[in-house]
Design a protein around this ligand. Structure first.
Ligand code: GDP
Ligand code: MG
Length: 597
């Protein structure tokens, strides 16, 4: 197909505004899959994605569409995740596109991530086509939404499409608009090959599958290729397109999106953002790279049973093959033994990785409270250390810097007071406030990331009855008055419970955690004191009273099945416990601390 009949585009939107459903309708209308194979959110192939109803990995699919002008177009659609944690996935997919459909929910209007995604699209020089979705809803107000797009985003809406992905209304016109208003790719097939790696995944049988967008030139089976940043050479064993399953082709030309298989065993050898060219006809310069993934949240992950350590290691290796934004390195904890310090893009990313380790790899594990990366300079030293594990903070006077973000919150005006109160409580500094329309407001705050990773989002949702949307952007490091708080169980510091807090909050948080642990650590045969300490100073103390009688005692004489059940339950509980000194601490305790931060 001639380049002028190709369109490479992405669908961007705030979460739940209907990206995946629009993708479904486009796939359906172009008969890309048979109706037998069709299921909703077809591009969300991971179990977790289907369950949570969110898109985690970006996906690509090639559609063929015969337009009213009687030409058949090749449409390469890249579905993207909408959640802020996965902004990295969005940014790399966009680099492979020339245009984007900006989907906005007709009843909700633009939200925080709508704006964040538009900025990314503009950074990538994409032509943006506004699409107002869900116009079937009784509360839909497409005209108002179009006005918002013009006023707040500054995009013209003359060509905007009004659709209902649910009923299919307007999808035929949307296809015409994609063809008419989104640009054809600009590359040149006669130039030396330049292909952008925008994603990759690991396949147990074929090794690494690399997703590429051909910018210039063409690529064929058997070609000898070289990855420009590493100079590593490979042979193309197979290539093809996503329809949406992988389908082999002989050649991919400038403007096309597809995959190649080279027998590469390590995803590290094909870094996303890198450029591929031909060994015998090299491009002179690589494509401009783009924003690398930045781990923002760190936590220790430990197997409950030491026997699972090797399995956990293998599982992390496998997950990283498909998710380069996951980082990990071995770590030991006095309390938890051998495990790994893992880096995540954000809290949701962390939750998903832990869930996948449990589900797909069946490893019983404990995670420590999430932390951010601090810069620590000891007094009298010129060396600044980067520390992402609270347990590693040394005693003594020091300068601590913590990461800050600019948070953007969109909310109906009635909740402005609640939002500001929350931001203030989270050590935020007010930056700006403006009206989106007569009812909704956009508020910007400078906030420490550490406060965001704990429970900011949950609190924001509950304080605004779910109406607020939130988005953040890392801005840099700033000095803060931070201290490390240790938690002692039976007089022993439990390193996995240590946390960093602002000195104003250290007492309150220390007390909260001591109280909480008192509730979640089961009584044992002896009394267990729990203390929170700032250095050698005890700032809070609670005590778990000794157990009076055996749990089974009350069953004596009782019926046998009940007794059995209780024993089963105890055994189950045991599995999820971690003995620290002579105290058994349940997984719940670690989670409780995590939630309280
Ligand atoms: P994404 O997060 O942007 O990918 O959004 P999804 O495509 O997963 O859609 C989010 C929710 O909105 C799902 O429950 C969809 O069924 C629903 N939805 C999507 N499009 C429409 C529409 O046009 N009308 C209505 N009423 N619901 C829709
Ligand atoms: Mg989706």
């Amino acid at each position: 197909i001639d380049k002028k009949y190709k369109r490479n585009f992405s669908i961007i939107a705030h979460i739940d505004h209907g990206k995946s459903t629009i993708a479904d309708r486009l796939i359906e209308m172009t008969h890309t899959v048979t109706s037998r194979e069709m299921k909703s959110q077809i591009l969300d192939s991971m179990d977790l994605e289907r369950e949570k109803g969110i898109t985690i990995k970006a996906q690509a699919v090639t559609l063929h569409y015969t337009a009213k002008d009687n030409n058949t177009y090749e449409l390469n659609l890249i579905d993207t995740p909408g959640h802020v944690d996965f902004i990295y996935e969005v940014s790399r997919s966009l680099a492979a596109c020339d245009g984007a459909l900006l989907v906005v929910d007709a009843a909700q209007g633009i939200e925080a991530q709508t704006l964040a995604n538009v900025y990314l699209a503009l950074e990538n020089d994409l032509e943006i086509l506004p699409v107002v979705n869900k116009i079937d809803l009784p509360s839909a107000d497409p005209d108002k939404v179009l006005l918002e797009v013009e006023d707040v985003i500054g995009l013209p809406t003359d060509n905007a499409a009004l659709v209902s992905a649910k009923t299919g209304f307007g999808i035929d016109e949307l296809l015409e608009k994609i063809v008419n208003f989104l640009p054809a790719p600009s590359g040149d097939e006669n130039k030396p090959l330049k292909a952008l790696i925008f994603d990759s995944h690991y396949d147990d049988f074929r090794g690494v599958i690399t997703y590429i967008r051909i910018m210039d030139g063409s690529i064929k089976k058997g070609d000898k290729i070289v990855v420009m940043s590493t100079n590593k050479e490979f042979e193309v064993l197979e290539l093809g397109r996503f329809v949406p399953k992988m389908q082999e082709t002989d050649e991919l030309q400038a403007g096309s999106v597809g995959y190649i298989v080279t027998g590469i065993k390590e995803i590290k050898d094909t870094q996303v953002g890198d450029t591929i060219t031909l060994v015998n006809n090299r491009a002179s310069s690589p494509l401009a790279g783009y924003r690398p993934a930045l781990s923002m949240v760190f936590a220790g992950i430990y197997p409950i049973s030491t026997d699972d350590y090797e399995d956990l290691k293998v599982a992390l290796e496998k997950l990283q093959l498909n998710d380069a934004s996951l980082t990990y390195q071995p770590e030991t904890s006095v309390a938890l033994g051998f495990g790994f310090r893992c880096g995540f893009l954000g809290l949701l990313h962390m939750e998903i990785i832990i869930e996948r380790l449990r589900r797909e790899f069946e490893i019983d594990l404990i995670s420590t409270a999430p932390s951010v990366k601090y810069y620590v300079t000891m007094e009298g030293s010129t060396e600044t250390k980067v520390i992402d594990n609270p347990a590693e903070f040394e005693d003594g006077r020091k300068i601590i810097e913590e990461p800050y973000i600019k948070g953007t919150i969109m909310v109906p005006k009635d909740y402005v007071g609640n939002v500001m109160e929350l931001c203030q409580e989270k050590r935020g500094t007010f930056l700006n406030m403006s009206y989106i329309d007569e009812n909704r407001v956009m508020i910007e705050y400078d906030l420490p990331l550490a406060e965001i990773v704990i429970d900011f989002y949950d609190k924001l949702k509950s304080k605004t009855k779910g109406y607020a949307s939130f988005e953040y952007e890392f801005t840099g490091y700033k000095e803060s008055n931070l201290v490390k708080v240790d938690i002692l169980v039976s007089g022993e510091p439990v390193d996995a419970f240590s946390f960093i807090a602002h000195s104003d909050n250290a007492y309150t948080r220390g007390r909260l955690i001591a109280e909480k642990l008192k509730d979640v650590i089961p009584r044992q045969q002896f009394e267990i004191p729990i203390q929170a300490a700032l250095g050698t100073k005890i700032i809070a103390r609670t005590t778990i009273k000794a157990l009076r009688k055996n749990v089974l005692a009350k069953c004596y004489g009782g019926d046998i099945t009940r007794k059995k059940k209780l024993l089963e339950k105890q055994k189950e509980g045991k599995k999820r416990m971690k003995a620290i000194g002579n105290v058994e601490i349940p997984q719940e305790a670690f989670l409780a601390v995590l939630k309280l931060g």
